[in-house]
Design a protein around this ligand. Sequence first.
Ligand code: SAH
Length: 259
Amino acid sequence: MSTAHRPTPTGMVFLVGAGPGEADLLTVRAARIIATADAVVYDHLVGDGVMALIRADAEKIYVGKQAGNHTLAQNAINELLVRLAKAGRQVVRLKGGDPFIFGRGGEEILQLTESGIPFEVVPGVTAASGAAAFAGIPLTHREIARTCVLATGHFHDGTCDLDWQSLARPDQTIVIYMGIGALGVISEALIRHGLAPDTPAAAIRNATLPSQQTVVGTLADLPQRVQVAELKPPALLIIGGVVALRDRLNWFERGAAEA
Ligand code: SAH
């Protein structure tokens, strides 16, 4: 058979959700794909246990973003993925949590489609699900929360200007990613738009990991409590009546304290 028409091997990119930290919270599919990749492009929220599943001979490329340098870094990452795939590699782009929830995964694969590179997306346990489960805070609960919104507290220009009116609704759970820095602004704006100052609220750091730390208070006093606890990112905010259920459902941290 002539080799003249044999197509050059094309690589492929798997955009994989690494979950909130612990390796056994990966999907079975994610674990299988990570173990077969020959190049892995990852950033700082991917847990050590997940990294340990990568083949020893695979190339590992760290692309953790530097604060304030997002746009440039993102373009460089997009181009890197295209270049690796064009070289015929089986590339895994590993992202913390779920790649389609505040992960910029959409931007990366849009670039791949423009370059005609095949891709697949593997969902992951997003921080909201991980934090909810491991902090004992159901995100929806009959008669307490009928809706749940996911929002980001981080804006490129350093402000936090959310649609406060639509967030400040009764019977709704608000989950805010990247919201620790703007917690004071968020608390003040939600109260100004009608949410009760004594609405239960929590900040959860390193959710699902042994180092998980949770600060609970009210919408009004959470900023102060977070400051006193010196809670740093990565942390998630959960605001709404469901937070009160934690008193009875906090299995994870309570278990650690009793052990
Ligand atoms: N794609 C990710 C989110 C990336 S944005 C996902 O689906 O989870 C990064 C933010 O996610 C962090 O600033 C923090 O708000 C949140 N986050 C990610 N992992 C977390 C964890 N283990 N505990 C608490 N918050 C986390």
